[in-house]
Design a protein around this ligand. Structure first.
Ligand SMILES: [Zn+2]
Length: 216
């Protein structure tokens, strides 16, 4: 009897493994086809949900030795959400971006009746100081740990931007997406944070993976 149960278990596990592999392949191909990605946009950073390209280390020739990063990738899509244009970051940041998409903003959007198709990127790597201020500390953008988002396009065809839709029409959705983002990024700054963030959300993973360093 025990042997039969064990055999059944082994068969079930084997069957589910085969199915999982096929589903992942189908998903990768489907996302590639949906957004028209070339065949060299592939799963990266150890996840079938992160599509992009490995790129050479970033910022090696930059004048400021604090700029740049290793383990560099250009991310095209995370959990079926397109990043447009594709964003340069560390693999560690790519994994956080993927979790942000899958576990935080997409469930939030769907619970409000729409699904995110594209996140529009305002900035990725940049060798500069915070808010471009002379003499200020280096921005997380200089280290491949930050991404700026200016708008989302949804399955309904609607596009909501931080600049035009933080208040009024679409404001509830945009504010809910920002709040959901605070649960995963170390730092999240939006229009209520300061005058530098009226037209985009800044997200970064400055320290260890985890929520809530700063959310405003
Ligand atoms: Zn930023």
């Amino acid at each position: 009897m025990q042997r039969i149960i064990l055999l059944g278990l082994v068969i079930a596990v084997l069957a589910s493994c085969g199915r999982k592999e096929r589903e992942d392949t189908v998903t990768v191909d489907a996302v590639r086809a949906q957004f028209g990605f070339a065949s060299d946009v592939v799963p990266i950073c150890g996840s079938d949900s992160i599509l992009g390209k490995r790129i050479p280390d970033v910022g090696q020739a930059s004048p400021n030795p604090g700029c740049g990063f290793n383990d560099a990738v250009r991310v095209y899509a995370v959990s079926g959400i397109e990043l447009s244009p594709p964003a340069r970051m560390q693999c560690r940041t790519a994994r956080i971006t993927n979790s942000w998409a899958r576990n935080h903003i997409q469930p939030e959007a769907i619970s409000r009746g729409d699904a995110i198709v594209t996140a529009h990127v305002a900035a990725d790597y940049s060798c500069r100081t915070r808010n471009h201020k002379k003499g200020a500390r280096l921005s997380e953008h200089a280290k491949g740990t930050a991404i700026d988002i200016k708008a989302f396009t949804f399955a309904s065809g609607k596009r909501l931007s931080v600049l035009d839709n933080w208040r009024g029409e679409g404001g509830r959705m945009m504010q809910a997406l920002f709040r959901a983002s605070c649960r995963i990024w170390h730092t999240a700054i939006g229009p209520e944070g300061d005058r530098y963030h009226l037209d985009h959300f800044h997200f970064d993973a400055a320290r260890a993976y985890g929520p809530g360093g700063y959310c405003r």
